[in-house]
Structure formats: C-alpha cells, structure tokens
Design a protein. Structure first.
Length: 467
C-alpha cells in the first residue's frame, strides 16, 4: 500500500524560518524572506514570531537580518494566552542584553505602550513572575541600571499603570529583594523633577494604594521606612541632632479614608503592626493622643459610664407591680405594668426622662456606627472584630436591644425584660474597652478579648452544635 502525504508549502517554509532563527542561519533567513512563498508573519506553537525565536536563542545576527528585512515585526507581540503582549523588547530585557535592547530601540521598538499581559506575567495560579507588564518595570525588577537608563531616555513613562493599576514604583515595592528595590527606586525617580516625582508617588493602584500605602499594606517595614525617609526634608543638622519635616499626606487620616493609619488599624497581617514603631508614625500617634485623643477618650469614657449608669437605674426602677394574691406562685411576685399604668406618678416621669435619655443615646450610638460601616463595608466591619475587638458590634447590638425593649414596652409585652437584660450585659461589658486607654489595664483588656473570641466563643459554638 502506498501512502501519499501533501505538505503545505507555507507550513514547510514556516518551519524553515523558525529553524533558521533558532540556528542563527543568516543566509537561509535572507533567502526565505526574499521568497514570495514565505509569510514572515507566521506564528509558532506559542504564537511567537521568528523575531521572538531569534531573541530567545540569543541569535543577534539573524535578529538583525529579520529587523532589517521585516521591520514591522519589531513591535509584534506574542498572542498566546500565556505570553500575550510579550514583545521582542520584553525578551531582550529579560535576557538582560543591553546591546539587543539598544538595537531594538534604535530601530523603532516601542518602550511606552508595549505590555506583557499574558497569564504568565500576572499574579495568579498560572503566573510565573510579576514584573509589571511594561518594559520599564521589567528592567527595574531585573536590577539592570543600564537598561533602565536607556528606556527612560527613550521616553518610557513612570506613570504607566498595568492591569492591576500598579506603576513601576508599586512593582518595586512588591519585590522580595529590598536592597535592589530601593536602589532601583532611586534610579527611576532620579530622572524626574521633584514635582513630577511627587505626582508619580501619589498615583494609586486598583486597591487605592500609593507605593507608600502598598508597603504599609504588605507590612514591609524596610520598604516603608525607606519611602518615608526618602520623602522627608532635613533643614539642618548639628551633631546627632537634626531638624526634619516629614510628608504626612498619605500617612495621616485627615481627608484620606485609606491612609497608612487606616491600613494599620484595619489590616489582618500581624507584620503591619510593626509600622507603629517607625518614625513618623510613632510620633504622629503620640502627638494625636496628647493633643486631643486623650481628652476625647476621657470625655467619651465618662459619658458612656454615666449613660450606662442611668440606663441601669432605669432598668432597676422599671414599672412593676405586685402580682395579685390569687395568681402568685413560688417564682414570680412582680409583673409588668400596662403602658397606661406606667406613667402616673412623679417618680414615673423622672424614670421617663431617663428612658428617653437612654433611647436618644442608643440612636446616637447607632448613628455613629452606621457611617463607619458604610465607609469600610460590612466585610471589613465584621472582620475587624477579630483584630480590634468586638466593641463596635456590641454597640450596635446594644442599640438594637434598646429599640426592641421600646417596642415591647409600647405593645405591653411581658418579655420586655429579655432585651433589657441583654442590653445591660452588653452595656457593662463594653466598659472593658476603656481599659485600653490606661497602660496598666490595656494588656488585660486585650487578654480578655482574645480569651473571649478564641476560647469561650469556640466552646460555645461546639456546645451549640452538639445540642
């Protein structure tokens, strides 16, 4: 039996093109590209061009032939899902070949818009590296000062943002080699004026983080300290004493709902807590506490204890009457008065003023927590309970317990004592929060919180499941 196979001429010539590119055969490459039967834009298995192949194999001679004969290939990206957007310039940078990079730039390679957006270059299950998509970010992450300088001279932008909103400065913050990242950060920012530098450093990514905020969110104390020191201004130095001014634009909470202080207080990463010991965060917190934090805290504590005491008195003197003799038993001797019977005497009206004060306080508490809930979202609001303590949640529960008790009172329901009891327990448990304001008692407050959330709550849930 005779088997006949017809091989497509274009496919055969295409394989010869890639073979010439891999073997650095300049003669064969010239003949093939001069032939009218050859498609120079043919793609390989990974949707790469012959120029990609030549660069991947470090074949500079055949690369120059391809660029001279088919110059439009110089900015052709790979189109496969994994390597989508990778241009010859990206490959030359990854190879760290300054001569290839210089040659490509001289012949029209685009250092401004070229982006490698394939799954290989983006954080995820298939990501092998994250260098920020743009060629400048690639060069900076590879710590190649010569290539970075060359790209910047050819107009590579610092403000270009990738699919995650990160600039080259954001990407440097995420690099594991901090010494390299700091060195390249200096190199990159040295090519712009102070005004432009401030503008670039203020660019936020998709999560609303500037490079400084990103370092804080990652809990990277070394990078955070470097960025803070880089932005400070030293006016004079005398021996070991110096007068410095720090830029608090992205650190302080004033007018910024995602400031460094907000990130520190809401983050679940333990390493983020170490940032409070870094200047100027430590000095800023100390200044805020001494200036108005302590006064506000003491006023809040006294007001809350007074409010809870009034609420307790209202509960103690709630409208009760003796149960009729023919209805008494061994357990119940007092019953709830009806709504009409509850407000007749002078003492009843004094109690009414306390009840109204309690209701107004519950409304104020709820009104103060709802905007905070709307600002940070339900997920963060409830998530912060495991870090900062359950006190905001308890305050909301306290307010709702008061409202339920009011409804029961108006409906004349005897179950009014249930929400009142819950509110009393929550109200006095919340006073533990104020122990945080005192150095001697603060650690015990944290200890009680951890024991309550980790041990008691888990035991309660296990018991509830068993039942």
């Amino acid at each position: 039996m005779e088997l006949t196979i017809n091989v497509d001429e274009t496919t055969r010539n295409g394989s010869l093109l890639f073979k010439a590119a891999r073997t650095n055969d300049t003669g064969a490459m010239k003949k093939l590209l001069e032939s009218s039967d050859v498609d120079p834009f043919i793609r390989g298995n990974l949707e790469e061009t012959i120029l990609h192949t030549a660069l991947l194999n470090d074949n500079k001679d055949v690369m120059e032939v391809i660029v001279e004969m088919v110059p439009s290939l110089i900015n052709e990206p790979m189109t496969s899902e994994m390597y989508k957007g990778e241009t010859p310039l990206h490959i030359a940078i990854l190879k760290q070949d300054i001569n290839m990079v210089h040659y490509l730039l001289q012949h029209g390679a685009d250092p401004i818009h070229a982006r490698a957006i394939g799954s290989c270059f983006i954080p995820g299950p298939y990501g092998q590296c994250y260098y920020g998509e743009y060629v400048l970010s690639f060069a900076a992450c590879l710590e190649n000062e010569e290539i970075v300088t060359l790209l910047l001279k050819h107009g590579a932008p610092l403000q270009a943002q990738d699919s995650l909103g990160n600039t080259v400065l954001h990407v440097l913050v995420l690099q594991p080699d901090k010494e390299m990242a700091c060195f390249m950060y200096d190199i990159v920012t040295s090519f712009v004026t102070n005004k432009q530098k401030h503008k670039v450093q203020s660019i936020e990514n998709s999560n609303g983080y500037t490079p400084l905020k990103l370092a804080a969110a990652e809990g990277d104390t070394q990078m955070f300290n470097y960025l803070v020191q880089k932005q400070k201004r030293t006016y004079w130095t005398m021996g070991t004493i110096s007068y410095c001014v720090y830029d608090l634009t992205h650190i302080d909470t004033w007018g910024d709902h995602k400031s460094v202080l907000d990130i520190i207080t809401s983050s679940k990463k333990m390493q983020v807590r170490k940032l409070v010991d870094i200047r100027p965060v430590k000095e800023l917190l100390h200044h805020k506490w001494k200036t108005f934090g302590l006064k506000y805290f003491m006023l809040w504590m006294i007001s809350y204890i007074a409010y809870t005491s009034i609420f307790t008195a209202v509960c103690l003197y709630r409208p009760l009457k003796r149960m009729p003799d023919n209805q008494t038993d061994n357990f119940t001797v007092m019953i709830q008065k009806t709504l009409a019977e509850s407000y007749r005497t002078k003492g009843d009206y004094i109690r009414l003023s306390g009840e109204l004060f309690t209701i107004v306080g519950a409304v104020v508490i709820l009104a103060s927590e709802v905007p905070y809930l709307a600002r940070i979202g339900p997920r963060n609001f409830f998530g912060n309970a495991s870090i900062g303590g359950p006190f905001p949640l308890l305050m909301v529960a306290f307010s709702f317990s008061i409202f339920i008790a009011v409804i029961f009172r108006l409906l004349g329901m005897e179950q009014e004592s249930i929400p009142l009891s819950v509110a009393l327990i929550i109200g006095w448990c919340n006073t533990i929060y104020f122990a945080r304001g005192f150095r001697m008692l603060g650690q015990f407050s944290i200890m009680i919180q951890k024991v309550s959330l980790n041990d008691i709550l888990s035991d309660f849930l296990y018991t509830l499941i068993d039942c």
